[in-house]
Structures are given as C-alpha cells and as structure tokens.
Design a protein around this ligand. Sequence first.
Ligand code: SF4
Length: 395
Amino acid sequence: MEGGMINGAAGDTPASGAMEPWITLLVLQPSPFCNINCDYCYLPNRTSTRRMTMDVLQNAIEKTFASDLVRGELTLIWHAGEPLAVPMKWYEEAFGIIARAVPPQAKIRHSVQSNGTLINQAWCDFIRKHNISIGLSIDGPAFLHDAHRKTRRGEGTHAAGLRGLRLLRENNLPFHVIAVITREALGHAEEIYDFFESEGVRHLGFNIEEVEADHATSSLGREHDQRVLEFYETIFRLQKERRTIVIREFSAAAQKIRSGVSLREFDFPWFNEQARPFGIVSVDCEGNFSTYSPELLGMTLKPYGEFAFGNVARDHFSDALETPKFREVLGDIQAGIRRCAETCSYYGYCGGGAPANKYYENGSFASSQTMYCRYSVQMPLDIVLSDIEKDLAIS
Ligand code: SF4
C-alpha cells in the first residue's frame, strides 16, 4: 500500500470552528499483510499474516465511542496491507460486532482502499450489502503500473487490478482510484488521463511518490518540480476540457477556495485532520493506537520510540493525552504548525500539512516545507487559483 492515502487538505466539516478534538476517521488495520509487493511501499511488515482478533476490534469500537470524541458521521477505513487479503468471513463477523457495539444513534461509514487484485463477485456483493466506499490503487496504463506494482515473484499486477476495476463497474459500484506518480510517469499525463477515462474512472487522486518509513527515497526531487508542474497542468487542462474525471487535488483546492474558509495567523488548523490530535485514530491488529498520520502507527521514530500511545485492551484514548510521549509529540507537531503559520503563505489553505511527511523528509515534526507540500498542496492550489483568476479577468 502506498503512503499518504489519506493525505491532503481535509474536507471534513466541523459544526463550528471549535478547537476541541474530535475524531473524523477511525483507521483499522486488520492485518499488515499484502498479497503484492510494490517497490514504493512503506510498510515494513507487509509479509506478516497477523490478524486483528474480534476482542481487539470490539475494544477499538467501544473505546472510540466511549471517548466522547465522535461528532456526526464517523468513517471507518480498513487500511494497512491489502484489506481484501483478509477473508470475507472475518469481515462478516467483524461487521456484526461493529453493528452491535456502535451506539444506535451513531452514523458510521465503511471505506476500503484496495489494490483490486482480489476483487471477485462475492466481494462486490459484500461491498454493495454494506454500502462500502471503495478506492483502488492503480497507477495508469500497464507499462507504468507494472514497473512498480508487482507480485513477490516480480510479475506485474495491472491485469489483475483492472479485472477488479471492471468487475466493480459491471456491478455499478461507485469507486475512486488513487494513482502513485513516479518519475517515469511525469511525461505521460495525457496517456494516464486517457487510460482512466477509457476505463470509466470518474474520481481520481494522485499520490506523488513520497518518502515514508521503509520507502526512504523517492524518484522525485526538487530537480523535477518543473516536470511535476507540467504533469499537473496537463491533467488540469484535460479535466477542464473533457469534464470526464474529477481530480481530487483540484476539486479539494476549488472546494476550499469556494468555502472562503481560511485561517488567521496562528489559528489552530481544525480542518486539517492529520494535524489535529485525534482527528484520525489508527488501531493496528494488536490493538495499539495512535493519532495524526496513520502511516506513523507502530514505526520507531527518534526521539519518541514506537509511535503508539496506548492499547485499546487497557487504555482509553484520553489516557494517552497525559503521557510524556504524547505531550512530546504534540509539542513538536504544534511547533511545526506554528512554523508553517509563520513562514508559509499556503498555511490558511493547508493548515500545517502532514506530520508523517515532515518527519520522514525533514527528520522532525517541528518543521515545515516538504516535497509533499510542493506537489500535493501548493502546485494544485496555484493551478486552480490561476485558472480562477484567468476566468475572472475574461468576464
Ligand atoms: S509549509 Fe507545507 S505543510 Fe506547512 S502550511 Fe505550507 S504547504 Fe502546508
């Protein structure tokens, strides 16, 4: 699984600009195992077949709703390795437990990000039955996808992923796609757009290859800024001309601009769920939990040690708030946000970015600018803004 799946200027909508914490996403990792072996994957334990027990799951749900941090709809994201590599029987039991453990008035929505290779008719039926929001990870045409997304034997996974995508379409199940953009993809923006358009993809996001955890280097860097910009500009032009695919990065930017919501200097970025304590809660298959960027859970990070703030078997989320480790992480992340507010003209839109990218690119949460900022926040916003300005100049 590629990192940054949940990255981005958040689109959650709090009832007010209140600063107290609340959970937007509960990320459940049923198993670290993945059935394929992408070369840009950041997960160190993706060969492990450990699986969450039903006791851990029950504790995770109970602790979430006991925390008093849930307001409005809660999205449960099944995440980590390949979620559909866990048998359907496991999910049938798990969904039953969740349905019984969730308070009657609570609204939850399930979401899965999958490599698509294991999707069959039975999964389509399950997805429909439980109204699961599904995303696929496909990088575009076969020559780009198969360069990185391979089986453990080194074979490409494009054909299998595409089979899954087509089956979702045959079943009229809505889905989105996330494509990882590596250096090789940069000159192929139009082919990528054409490919997804011809496959009936209507919602597409780009994760520009990030540096995270086990994936310590990216094929991209400052020297590629101009080419990344050209890539985005081509995609923007195509989506504007054809109106066939909604591109996550541009629609998020346009939505944010239209909302008129921005931050005053040093305002806390309540809309940025990765920077907001307990905006996202992640629980691994052993019941360890963390908050902030989900990809940090279980990683060993200097100077904090293992990135987990407790275990759902014994701890409430509120217990974590007073631990020295949490206070240290919180202080460093807040220092990074403050630095963003002081130095970055995009702060009002971005709200201080993603702690995982800051840590892995800059070595510290208490930092600001990253490659992720340039490629996933600043460039898309600049393109959308300059388009709006052009339109205004014409009218
Ligand atoms: S430096 Fe990056 S993370 Fe910080 S506000 Fe600017 S774009 Fe966001």
